[in-house]
Design a protein. Structure first.
Length: 73
């Protein structure tokens, strides 16, 4: 399943790159792209475990940049 999420308060491109690298290491993630310019996250992950993976993604993002919020719709 591939979904796009808006990011709020992502402050720098370096943080976006760190987030992207960390997200890609999560088990079940097929691909991930974090765009600092667009303030978006595109997550492609295993359908069966998507919700659990998304929770891990939120934790990873908070570790890299505590101010950044993923807008979950």
């Amino acid at each position: 399943m591939k979904k796009t999420f808006e990011l709020e308060d992502l402050d720098c491109a370096n943080c976006a790159a760190k987030m992207e690298a960390a997200i890609k290491k999560i088990d079940g993630v097929n691909d991930a792209t974090v765009s600092f310019i667009a303030q978006k996250l595109v997550l492609d992950a295993d359908d069966a475990k998507f919700d659990a993976i998304l929770k891990e993604v939120v934790k990873v993002c908070k570790k890299v940049e505590s101010d950044c919020t993923i807008i979950l719709k």
